[in-house]
Each structure stands twice: as structure tokens, then as C-alpha cells.
Design a protein around this ligand. Sequence first.
Ligand code: ATP
Ligand code: MG
Length: 298
Amino acid sequence: MPTTLSQSNLPGLELIHRGKVRDVYALPGNRLLIVATDRLSAFDVVLPDPIPGKGEMLTQISNFWFAKTAHLVPNHLLDVPLADVLPPGTDLALYARRAVVTRRLKPVPVEAIARGYLIGSGWKDYQATGAVCGIALPAGLQQAQQLPEPIFTPSTKAAVGDHDENVSFDAVVKLAGRELADKVRDATLAIYRWAAAFAAERGIILADTKLEFGTDEDGTLYVMDEMLTPDSSRYWPADQYRVGISPPSYDKQFVRDYLESIGWNKTPPGPRIPAEVIAGTEAKYAEALQRLAGITLA
Ligand SMILES: Nc1ncnc2c1ncn2[C@@H]1O[C@H](COP(=O)(O)OP(=O)(O)OP(=O)(O)O)[C@@H](O)[C@H]1O
Ligand SMILES: [Mg+2]
């Protein structure tokens, strides 16, 4: 059975960050304990109702992809049993599938996004300027059309409550230095290409994905945070894909559609979500996990 957890509570551990989804604790030895909760955010607002098991599904999808892509780019995961780091008396079952022990890295201050298709903010920017993040694209492309080749379209990490903003590669060079910027771009595109090919064999299009990177004391680059989850990526069932529309995706579309239908103004507090929308969202995450990784969290 999936467990439900809106907020972690691990007395004795130092909570250093409560994100929209993840609670992050410091561990000795320059390590972190990252707990993916079942909090659901939409339009950057955390909604009052959790999605049961969502944090478990996100963690299992990430772990699957971290393992699959380790030959391309090293990742932040450390192979440490949770029982060794959780405070005595913790309900292990509640955390077993949603928590990971990682290296504590210095974040590269950009969202590293790769796009193979023209959708979302990429489509918006293209319509306005003919380019995405300063990369000029051929004229006459349609919504959701596949790009001639995947592109690196970084964005800045917005402060709490703000939305991320697309920036040029030069802006990344200014923030991180040329060498690191090159490495982040190459790693992002390598992971995207590999994952898109893997998903394609399972009848799924990986339209785009957002990665986060960090460096250790030696300057080694690792991919961190979450990886290729429905929260960080646009997955489209290939059989429902066509250009000129925004194809349905394995993510929060269910919730977003509901929120649009009730005319919520997208500012906090978020509204309560009906049970059938919660169940529908849960099913979408489960389907993504099953179709991509072949994992069922029964
Ligand atoms: N290995 C790591 N080392 C350092 N920081 C990490 C590592 N892995 C993830 N993080 C950070 O931990 C946090 C995870 O929290 P979460 O994903 O919920 O945040 P978010 O909602 O995306 O953004 P915000 O932190 O602004 O709320 C992110 O700030 C992420 O950058
Ligand atoms: Mg995040």
C-alpha cells in the first residue's frame, strides 16, 4: 500500500529546507537526507490536499533514471541504508520508498532544461521572438513540433513565489563560468537524448525535461534533486501526439484542468481538490512509473 505523508517529522535531524515537495535534512559527512512528501504544487502553489504515494512514486522514478543514466553523468545518490540514518523509532515503512541519502552539493544556480519539442514556455518564446533562450529556430514551426535537434534552454531559479525565467546560454556562463556551463549543457543534452530514446521504445515521447546539477569540493559535477519525473518532465503518450495542439501529458494536467475550470486565481491559498481529481492524479503518476520503469507500487 502507498503511504501518505504531507510533512516529514524526523526529530534530531537538522531540517535545512522545506521545498514545495521535498524536505531536506543535513546528515553528518556532508550528506543530505531528502524526503519526497506527497505535497502537490500547481502553478507554483502547494495545494492543501496531498496525493497519496506521490512522493514514493517520484522517488522511485528518479532512482530508476539515476541508475539508468549513471554511465552518462554521475549522480548525487549515496548507497546508504535508510535505517542507518533515520532517528531511532522512525516508522521505516513511511520513509523507505520516499527518502534518499545523497551527497550535499553546491547547486549550480540554473534549471538545466533540454527540449526536443516546441511546447510550453518554449512555444511561447518562439511565437514572440522566433527563438528560445537566444537559440534561433526555423520559421514556421507549429506547437508541439519536434525540433531539428534537442536544445539546451536554461532558466534561472526563481525566488519563492516567483516563476522561473528562460535565459540565454551566455547568462549561464556569467553565473557559473564557461567550463561549468559547457559541462552542464553537455550533460543535460546527453541525459535528454538517452532518456528520450529509452522512453520512445515504450511508446512515450519525452518532450522536455528539467535537471538540477551541483558540484562537490573537487568541482566534480553531479546531477541531483529529482530526475525525469512527471513533475520535472513532459511525457506524452506517443499515440496521442500530434502537432498544433498541446498533447495530454503524464503530469499534473488533471489538477491543472480542474483548477482552470473553477477559475482559481493561482495565488495562495490553493483550493481543496475533489477526491476524483486526487485519484486521477495518483493514477497518472502510477501509470508513468509503470510504463517507464515497469514498477508497480502495490
Ligand atoms: N544533492 C543535493 N545537494 C544540495 N541540494 C540539493 C540536492 N538535491 C536537491 N537539492 C535541493 O533540494 C531542494 C529540493 O526541494 P524541492 O524539490 O521541494 O524544491 P522546489 O519546490 O523545487 O524549490 P524550492 O526549494 O524553491 O521550494 C531543492 O532546492 C534542490 O535544489
Ligand atoms: Mg524541485
